[in-house]
Design a protein around this ligand. Structure first.
Ligand code: IMP
Ligand code: MG
Length: 176
């Protein structure tokens, strides 16, 4: 199937939003250290740009997960493809996601971290598609709320493509 990308959020809009989010995070975590947990692969661009703007001490770790099952809180399951390298106990963890869609992945990731005895766990997402939510979850920090469209760019992929686009665009699927 052919795909066409229509720009939805510009590179400048993303950069400005990340600066705003970082300013709020710097305020909220004043006097603390933040342990950024970057959820691979979609969040990489966002996490790096955010980290550069955080002025309190930061450590970073990376994990790759995917959720499967019915998408409901009780039966959704998390597959950990790459676990964190460092323990999180006693740390103020901030989970960095590219997008919250049904909410399953972030919900299960948060639960997994909470079971490891951190000082705190908060959620930070660049995009939120609330129309598709199946699990009640809200991030403490949200960049853009978007309609129920499939998007790619700035780390987000369609079939592993388009992650390198500097902007976020809606993917249009064309029948050939
Ligand atoms: P959730 O568990 O349904 O919230 O799914 C979250 C994951 O699905 C995200 O971390 C993305 O990897 C992927 N995803 C959801 N919506 C989109 C989209 O519009 N474009 C690209 N990936 C998406
Ligand atoms: Mg993701």
């Amino acid at each position: 199937m052919d795909t066409v990308i229509h720009e939805m959020i510009t590179e400048k809009q993303i950069a400005d939003k990340i600066s705003e989010m970082a300013a709020q995070i710097n305020k909220d975590y004043e006097g603390k250290e933040i342990h950024l947990i970057c959820v691979l692969k979609g969040s990489v661009f966002f996490c790096c740009e955010l980290a550069k703007r955080i002025t309190v001490p930061v450590t970073m770790d990376f994990m790759a997960v995917s959720s499967y099952g019915s998408g409901t809180e009780s039966s959704g399951r998390l597959e950990v493809k790459k676990d964190l390298d460092e323990p999180v106990d006693g740390k103020h963890c901030l989970i960095i996601e590219d997008i919250i869609d049904t909410g399953s992945t972030l919900n299960l990731t948060k639960k997994m971290l909470l079971a490891r005895n951190p000082a705190s766990v908060k959620l930070c997402t660049l995009l939120d598609k609330p129309d598709r939510r199946k699990v009640e979850i809200e991030a403490e920090y949200t960049g853009f709320v978007i309609p129920d469209k499939f998007v790619a760019g700035y780390g987000l992929d369609y079939a592993q493509k388009y992650r390198n686009l500097p902007y976020i665009g809606e993917v249009e699927f064309k029948e050939d």
